[in-house]
Design a binder for this molecule. Structure first.
Ligand SMILES: [Zn+2]
Ligand SMILES: [Zn+2]
Length: 215
């Protein structure tokens, strides 16, 4: 900044804030990105080119990216593509072509080749109520909606490791005013283990077991 003021553009995040580890020089975007967008940029891991990424709201693309020799070039590339996107009379098709069992909810425009998130329901359904969902999975990899995948509803023997952690977090956040009588609270506290029980398989073990069963 030349005038000595610190610009705290609220759109910059993830180390790209002025003075952040990705933006020590205080570079600022030049184009008219929406006020509620989130922007990050930097060098590709190869160090050979720069990227500029913007997260916006519908109907703009949820995720948008440009590349170029410098961050400024990458931004110009991303902006040109956004203008093309906005001018396009999109024709959406499922990005995955409607593959059975897909959890991909993205659409791809057949005209501008743009990709948009959350356009289609997943092709998987909740094991309990049958709504299209891919929100959660149980220990047997069955899909569950947000309601039936919650730890307080899912039978304990179908829990995965993250259900256990979710339960511990939820209990930790309970407000005093929501608590019951002292006797019930003592009973509840004594019935909570500090460590996940040994029969909760680690996520990595589940992934490995699935991988082995395939080969
Ligand atoms: Zn389009
Ligand atoms: Zn359900």
């Amino acid at each position: 900044m030349t005038n000595g003021t610190i610009n705290t553009d609220p759109r910059l995040f993830n180390g790209c804030e002025v003075g952040g580890y990705r933006n020590r020089d205080g570079w600022l975007p030049a184009c008219d990105w929406p006020a509620d967008s989130q922007i990050q940029f930097g060098q590709d891991l190869s160090g050979k080119f720069s990227f500029f990424e913007v997260f916006m709201e519908h109907p703009d693309p949820r995720f948008h990216r440009g590349e170029g020799p410098t961050v400024a070039d990458a931004e110009q590339n991303a902006w040109a593509r956004l203008e093309r996107w906005r001018a396009c009379d999109h024709e959406w098709v499922r990005r995955d072509g409607g593959a059975a069992g897909s959890t991909d909810t993205c659409g791809r425009c057949t005209k501008c080749r743009g990709v948009q998130t959350s356009m289609y329901p997943p092709m998987t359904t909740c094991r309990v109520c049958g709504v299209a969902t891919s929100d959660h999975t149980d220990r047997n990899d069955a899909y569950l909606c947000a309601v039936h995948g919650h730890w307080s509803v899912l039978p304990r023997e179908l829990w995965r490791e993250h259900h256990w952690r979710q339960q511990m977090r939820d209990l930790g956040r309970r407000r005093i005013s929501d608590m019951q009588g002292l006797e019930e609270e003592v009973w509840a506290a004594q019935s909570i283990f500090c460590e996940p029980p040994a029969d909760i398989p680690r996520e990595l073990d589940l992934v490995m077991a699935r991988y082995r069963s395939r080969s």
